[in-house]
Design a protein around this ligand. Structure first.
Ligand code: ZN
Length: 612
């Protein structure tokens, strides 16, 4: 079988924005919790890019299309729906009317499927409050097509307006600004209106519906969650406004108006999702000590890198994530300590090495710009675009003459490409245009950086005293023999920050598995089983599985079933699978919980466990 992309501009979208592009979406939907569907209509404002163009091509997935018409005249429009592909969905082709004049608005009446891959429906029992159902979406990378018939390619940016009818006792939030107060419309429903006036790619369309409460952090920032978590969330994210101000100082004006955070239920598959105006964030960052708030610095950075300057398709995902890591670490340096930037990069590099070892040095998905023809972006998703991308930018910054030279370039890059979707060549061209006089940048081996799998060809020196302390403690544990007296005490960790404890455990994970005796001693002294910080817990449990500590299997299974963050769930399931004695327990636990997992987690973990 030859590899084929779905369209010339985007291997993962059927759409044809070069001929007819959608510029605005107006959605009007009713949330039906009983049937687990959204039902209503979308009006797509189209723009012909070529005079003779007469076909609008959209992406859909499991949508029930009822009627398609010309909004202004009411005339029905002919359309065809191609056969369904399990990953990419089906192509919907609409024949546009040939009338002249203003742009045609295509009205599509439809409903979603209860198994829509972007939507997670929670029963009241699955929420913290236990009384009301909950709905949230995750459209990245290509799941918006399961909610709205649309040009589901990041090359296409649209403004949107929305009218959402939901049960009157629930709150509706979207990746947009609220347009007036909600009003009662009968049948126990309330109408909520929203507007997003900044053009966004489809993957940033987002909705959440539940018994939500909020706490104001600053004039433009609020945190939302089920009311059970609001105080905890308000404490954890208290520095949001400060981070946002630092980000503006680095990147330029914040154009999105409000910056709210929504703490999702535990099944949310990611650390955070940069939905504009409303970052979605996992409850696994509620560590109680603000130690995991770097996730917020990351999502804030996306307000520029990703949301304003967007990858034109997911082969260029590093332009979103590599740049975002780059900005995130610049924020952390100003917020915490100048060394924090290098220390965080040092830790990230270890995650990259780990991911590349898991996938294999020659795995094509470890290329910075992978070939995604016939590949689901969900399968390509890993830490690679984040950390290899960051490494590349750090390397370029050094060649350019350091932050004094590169920071102004970053500003200029964001200014030049804001509101656009770009590819790696656009970045490269602008870099050489900006640094035309710089000879060092001419020696960059672009082909190896972008197109070769494995670790980056150049690894910057990220060493600081912060990680030396972790390395010393790690070495001490590796060297120690159980026949000698125990040189460790609880104060070893008390002097370290949470990030350093995480790094200490991460370094141990790079060593040969610790003996069961050593692990038990470590638990006795450091009491790691009772640590709440999810990053620390994650690495500790992996060490225990590798040391074949049977009593910890249940702890590991608890950890991967009480939350659904893929970064934690996938490696733990993989490690359990690799251990004969834990494999069966891992598989049966997955099978018991798959139906309550978000689609993307269930799909990828199923693959990790060789079940599909
Ligand atoms: Zn990100």
């Amino acid at each position: 079988m030859t590899k084929e992309g779905l369209s010339s501009g985007d291997p993962n979208s059927y759409s044809n924005p070069d001929e007819v592009a959608v510029s605005h979406l107006d959605v009007s939907l009713t949330i039906d919790f009983e049937r687990k569907i959204l039902i209503g209509e979308v009006n797509l404002t189209t723009e012909k890019k070529k005079d003779d163009a007469h076909l609008l091509v959209l992406d859909t997935r499991e949508l029930k299309i009822k009627d398609i018409s010309d909004k202004d005249t009411g005339t029905k429009l002919d359309y065809t729906i191609d056969k369904d592909d399990p990953v990419f969905g089906s192509k919907l082709t609409v024949k546009l009317p040939s009338r002249l004049g203003k742009n045609v608005i295509v009205k599509i009446e439809y409903e979603t499927s209860p198994s829509a891959s972007a939507l997670q429906w929670l029963s009241p029992q699955q929420t913290a409050g236990g009384k009301h159902p909950y709905l949230f979406s995750q459209c990245q990378a290509i799941h918006c097509r399961s909610v709205i018939p649309c040009q589901d390619s990041p090359a296409v940016k649209v403004t949107y307006s929305a009218q959402i009818r939901a049960p009157e006792d629930l709150v509706v939030l979207m990746s947009a600004v609220r347009d007036g107060e909600p009003s009662l419309v009968g049948k126990g429903l309330k109408l909520h209106k929203f507007r997003q006036n900044v053009p966004i790619p489809s993957y940033l369309f987002a909705i959440a519906v539940g018994a939500l409460a909020s706490h104001r952090l600053s004039p433009r920032c609020q945190v939302w969650s089920e009311k059970e978590f609001v105080d905890q969330a308000a404490y954890e994210f208290a520095e949001t406004e400060k981070m946002l101000s630092i980000a503006e100082d680095i990147c330029g004006e914040y154009v999105w108006g409000v910056y709210d955070l929504l703490v999702l239920p535990p099944s949310f598959p990611f650390g955070g999702m940069e939905n504009p105006c409303l970052t979605f964030v996992t409850p696994t960052v509620l560590a109680g000590d603000r130690s995991l708030a770097d996730v917020v610095a990351h999502e804030i950075s996306h307000s520029w890198t990703g949301n304003l300057v967007t990858n034109k398709n997911f082969e260029h995902f590093w332009l979103n994530e590599g740049f975002t890591m780059f900005v995130e670490r610049k924020i952390l340096a100003r917020l915490i300590h100048p060394d924090q930037r290098k220390f965080s990069a040092f830790c990230g590099l270890k995650d990259l090495r780990d991911a590349i070892n898991t996938r294999g040095q020659n795995d094509p998905m470890t290329c910075l710009v992978p070939d995604l023809r016939s590949v689901s972006p969900d399968d390509s998703f890993s830490v690679v675009p984040y950390e290899k991308g960051h490494t590349f930018l750090y390397y370029l910054e050094e060649l350019a003459g350091g932050p004094e030279k590169f920071d102004p370039f970053l500003r200029a890059y964001l200014e030049k490409f804001k509101y656009k979707s770009i590819g790696t060549d656009d970045f490269k061209e602008f870099l050489y245009e900006y640094f035309a006089q710089n000879a060092d940048l001419k020696k960059v081996d672009w082909d190896t950086w972008l197109k070769k799998p494995g670790m980056p060809p150049v690894i910057p020196d990220y060493k600081t005293s912060l990680e030396e302390t972790c390395t010393d403690l790690c070495k001490k544990w590796v060297k120690w023999s159980e026949t000698e007296s125990c040189p460790f005490s609880a104060t070893d960790l008390k002097n370290l920050s949470s990030l350093q404890v995480k790094e200490f455990l991460a370094q141990l994970l790079e060593e040969k598995p610790l003996s069961l005796e050593k692990l038990k001693t470590m638990e006795k002294i450091y009491k790691l089983n009772s640590v709440k910080n999810s990053e620390i817990r994650f690495r500790w449990l992996r060490l225990c599985i590798r040391g074949k500590w049977k009593e910890q299997i249940q702890h590991a299974l608890d950890f991967v079933t009480e939350q659904g963050r893929m970064k934690f769930v996938r490696p733990i399931y993989r490690e359990l699978y690799a251990w004969d004695e834990a494999r069966e327990a891992a598989i049966s636990s997955y099978k018991a919980h798959a139906s309550s997992m978000m689609y993307v987690s269930a799909y990828t973990v199923g693959k990790d466990l060789h079940l599909n």
